[in-house]
Design a protein around this ligand. Sequence first.
Ligand code: NAD
Length: 419
Amino acid sequence: MTVYSGPVFDMAANQFNVIANHLEIPMDERERLLMPKRAITVSCPIHRDDGSVAVFEGYRVQHLLTMGPTKGGTRFALSVDIGEVAALAIWMSWKCALVGLPYGGAKGGVNVDLSTISRHELETLSRRYMQEMIPFVGPHTDVMAPDMGTNEQVMAWFMDTYSMYQGKTVTEIVTGKPVYCGGTLGRREATGRGVAHLARRVMDVLSIKPSGATAVVQGFGNVGSYAAFGLHQFGMKVIAVSDHTGALYDAHGLDIPALMRHATRHGSIAGFSNELHFDPKEVLTLPCDVLVPAAMERVIDGKTAENLKCRILAEGANGPTTPEADLVLAKRQDEIFLIPDILCNSGGVVVSYFEWVQDLQQLFWEEEEVTRREYAILDRAFDTMLARAKADNIPHRTAAMAIGVEKVRAAKNTRGLFP
Ligand code: NAD
């Protein structure tokens, strides 16, 4: 019997079983590796602007405490449930281990439709959620960050709420804060920048020149917009982007800096152009060199995987590809080079780690240093994944996850089982 259920949790469990079989992990060790250490459910009552009271359900899952504090984003979305949050926490563990950060994975979220609450209600909900979490988090226990539906402002409210209870400013309680509230230069751009950097590395491997190469990006929030911007800066044509409001297509390449300015001002890509509208359902299967899913999980199922026409699949989102799609991609690995999510979007947690380190030391770095160190970590993880995939003749996702799971397993076995 378990409280974790739903398609996203099943997907994380299914992926883990593939890795556990590959690594021949004994059955009696598997549950200890997969099942989350702690899960917290809270109800967050708030006063609405009209004077009524509304209650929102919030969660935090801390997957494992073996490697150090837990670390992970907070998602505000209607899809959020305990199973989804647990899956995202599990992926964070493998990701942190793969890139060598001293963290276990965590994730949190609130089940809320952001289109139905005002900015004032969002602030109240953010503060109440953090207040409910105070007994369970801390700079050396569990450190939050942004994810879908949350941003620098929400992180600032989290940090302020925690600090008010401590009677002093504790910037290191969350990452992804504004720079003037103890955030780091380069965090806002880190995830998308890392996606673009790794896509560029694969283009070198495949001898694809950026000038004339094309990209398609699903999702134009934090990750998607900065990934598109990075690819645009390399001289590539970003021919299509989509978000929850629709899609835009231009065979000559979209004006990404202008689209970013529009999305920042209006909150979405809607209203950018009347001529460039496109069917969002067709976006993922457009012919292109680099495809970046940067929105939701499970958008590439087996059928979509059969129809992909990209050369490189750079997974900006967490869990965009289902296990059925993975079977298809394994057959198509000579046609499509997969950069799996736990590597591809790890630039975010890498720079969050830098932010935490800087906050603890009260010593801040230049942006050039942040980005240089981010790329160094991504390059090392990329090389390790590629070498492992080649050596064992396994798909990239299996290689990346196997490296992560192996490190966690070694730490657990060496520390032993208490008592
Ligand atoms: P965000 O809220 O900033 O942006 C999400 C984007 O997805 C928005 O543009 C939204 O309109 C779009 N979207 C939502 N539903 C859609 C749909 N059905 N079709 C097309 N687009 C849709 O979120 P984010 O922080 O950019 O996160 C995106 C993904 O990247 C998530 O899977 C998240 O877990 C993952 N991720 C984020 C970070 C980070 O640092 N923010 C780090 C690692 C992974």
